[in-house]
Design a protein around this ligand. Structure first.
Ligand code: NAP
Ligand code: MG
Length: 399
């Protein structure tokens, strides 16, 4: 069989623990036999990040800017325990945070549906994608533990000396205070990423905030989205037959639960944090959630939404059999290959991505799956297999 050729390399970001093990198996069993794979390889595994003083993460983000499409394996974000476990020089920052900041990107998360795993919400028939703004608000807050009686003020001092001052509250006793901010530029990038992504997948875009209560802060989000929609995307949305729809966050929650799915829901940073876990769980499993980072200038980085599955890795190291679900990581590869095919005009590569996804879903729907899915399975008979056997079953079907 002739292998499918590529023209531009994919930026490949390897990672840690169980997902690193799956990474190699996915390539060996599902990609290499069919595609003459071209990648520029960056090892983002924690030992190599430590050796390079995290330069490798920066290099991989720059390569993504250069080539336009990356595929990333889950990586460890170090904490105190990892410092000892890996004997690290420094508590390196989250690679995802670094890459997201460098690409100024927005993260889109979507569940992968299979017929035997029913969403908790009965009406949902198609995936709901969450787009989470990745800058500011409560994640960049400043807080004060108010000790007692006194006046709290909000003050802005302009570079030109202009001062804007407002009383927040006259405290009569102890309390708490919080200052948050966001930037027009970041909100605009978020809006562009959402509109572009909606066009690329041809789905409606919903956006929600609490602008009735937050008449300046949240209202600015609403206004920026509306201005950008009207000036840049309205005509393209109409041609594509999709809609942009703004509503209040509480109304959005109610509508999402009543909906059939099949749209993108753009959320402010905190709302997106909370809602993406709700959506993932209600659709079935974190192991079936894909994630793609999209920059406002159209660069894409694909990954699984879950982490390195540490608990399984420790069992694997002891020589025990593991049944870790590789589906979200396979879909990261298929997503990246399809996007590369689209950008380079390689219909065979795009078709391969479709076939890889179909072979994966068909394998599960034929009753062969990892343990996490078998536990939830409501279809006819199923067999729980280990990760390797699952990948082999997909490979056979694909061939
Ligand atoms: P996790 O790796 O997502 O795993 C949490 C639990 O979810 C697992 O123990 C497992 O449950 C289940 N699970 C997740 N993915 C699964 C899969 N593919 N197949 C089967 N079960 C799966 O989260 P974590 O344990 O909190 O984090 C581990 C490491 O990942 C941390 O070092 C963290 O920094 C990193 N992390 C990285 C990313 C990223 O790179 N994007 C994201 C999140 C976390 P059972 O044990 O019950 O089977
Ligand atoms: Mg969270």
């Amino acid at each position: 069989m002739e292998k499918i050729e590529m023209t531009t390399p994919l930026v490949e970001m390897d990672g840690d623990e169980m997902t690193r093990v799956l990474w190699k198996d996915i390539k060996d069993l599902l990609i290499h036999p069919f595609v003459e794979l071209k990648t520029e390889y960056y090892d983002l595994g924690l030992p190599h990040r430590d050796e390079t003083n995290d330069q490798v993460t920066i290099d991989s983000a720059n390569a993504t800017k250069k080539y336009g499409v990356a595929v990333k394996c889950a990586t460890i974000t170090p904490n105190a325990q990892r410092m000892t476990e890996y004997n690290l020089h420094e508590m390196w920052k989250s690679p995802n945070g670094t890459i997201r900041a460098m690409l100024d990107g927005t993260v889109f998360r979507a569940p992968i549906l299979v017929s035997g795993v029913k969403p908790t919400v009965r009406t949902w028939q198609a995936p709901i994608t969450i787009a989470r703004h990745a800058y500011g608000d409560v994640y960049r807050n400043v807080e004060i533990d108010v000790p007692g009686t006194g006046k709290a003020e909000l003050v802005f001092t302009g570079e030109d000396g202009q001062e804007i001052r407002q009383t927040i509250f006259n405290f009569k006793g102890p309390g708490i205070l919080q200052g948050v901010h966001n930037l027009d530029a970041s909100i605009s990038s978020f809006a562009h990423a959402c509109f572009q992504y909606a066009l690329s997948v041809k789905q409606d875009l919903w956006f929600s905030t609490k602008d009735t209560i937050s008449k300046t802060y949240d209202h600015t989000f609403k206004d920026i989205f509306q201005e950008i929609y009207d000036s840049t995307y309205k005509a393209q949305f109409e041609t594509a037959g999709i809609e942009y729809f703004y509503t209040l966050i509480d109304d959005a929650v109610a509508r999402v639960v009543r909906s059939k799915g099949g749209f993108i829901w753009a959320c402010k940073n905190y709302d997106g944090d909370v809602m993406s876990d709700m959506i993932a769980t209600a659709f079935g499993s974190l192991a079936m959630m894909t994630s793609v980072l999209v920059s406002p200038d159209g660069k894409f980085e694909y990954e699984a939404a879950h982490g390195t599955v540490t608990r399984h890795y420790y069992r694997y190291l002891k020589g025990e059999e593991t049944s870790t679900n590789p589906v979200a990581t396979i879909f990261a590869w298929s997503g990246a290959l399809r996007k590369r095919g689209e950008m380079d005009n390689l219909p065979d590569l795009m078709a391969f991505a479709d076939k890889l996804e179909k072979a994966t879903i068909d394998t599960i729907e034929a009753g062969v799956m990892t343990k996490d899915l078998a536990i939830m399975w409501e279809g006819s008979e199923c067999t729980a297999v280990n990760s390797r056997a699952f990948l082999e079953a997909i490979a056979t079907r694909l061939a």
